[in-house]
Design a protein around this ligand. Sequence first.
Ligand code: CA
Length: 336
Amino acid sequence: MRRAALLPLLCAALLLAGLALLWVGGAAATGSYKQRVRDIRPAALLAYWTLEEIAGTTAHDASGNLRHAALCTGGNSPTWAATYFADGASPAARFDGNDCLNAFTSSLASVFNGSEGTLLLWLKAYDGTVWSSFTRQFWASVDGSNLLTVHAGATANTLELIRIASAVDRRGSSAVSGTGWYPVVMTWSAAANEARFYLDRLLLGAGTSIGTFSGTISELVIGAGSTSGSFGFNGYLAHVALWNAALSPAEVQLISVVETSVLTPPPIGLTLVPTETPTPTATPTPDLLRYLPIGSGYGAIAMTFTAGEALTSLLLVVMVALLTFSAFLLMVRKRY
Ligand SMILES: [Ca+2]
């Protein structure tokens, strides 16, 4: 191959490398929903099952605590990667009524005592149909008088968030008729004597006289109401997390919204939230290159000048110089 022909090839390789770095740099700059969850009270995050596996028999704990969930002995495996999560990019799991993940570990039981905590989970009905009565998305219990559960109510299109410890605190909603992803959050604090129940960013209600669990958790199941797979959920689940601290309402909002592609509509419920108008900072960060406010309440994209982007810029400069040089060489060869 002639030397002059090598230069354009080299340029193409440099361009590809530059674009790859730009992509990595951009992803790091904007972050992900998973990272946001992990950044909220990381020391209190006990376990975080994203359910984004695409195969296998283990739902890995993304909190770093190695509290992985396994298939229930009496249930079937959910169908991994059955649909996309609300971000439109990461996989989510389908539970078809007899599927079940056993998330109980003695390590988790020793730190999850029901006195302070937060439960997060995202759910979606199957193909737009509502879920059957009392099918459970989450079940954590000491016994029948000390438990935490999220399940469909007795009537269609209802969801119940229940916490029982000394007193029964039950919050229902008739708003679950959409086909999108719903964030469900429960927070509770015995010290503050308050439990809070959220669905799709909205506070369903708050309870008092909440008490603490009498005894140690002995069952923790995702997608069904027992490790035998009974009361199994028919729908999709993703991003189930447990903290042993009650997150603040502001923190709950942070984990109840997912940025989607700028071209797709926001998740159901976003319009109910007071819109946040992006305001330019008085003294812009020196390395802030681009800030693109997108609609109202949709969020925004901010990109900073990362190391990856800096290297990309350098590569682009080298590429342009080489292209100019190769064009010069070709011109010289033609002339003589
Ligand atoms: Ca099944």
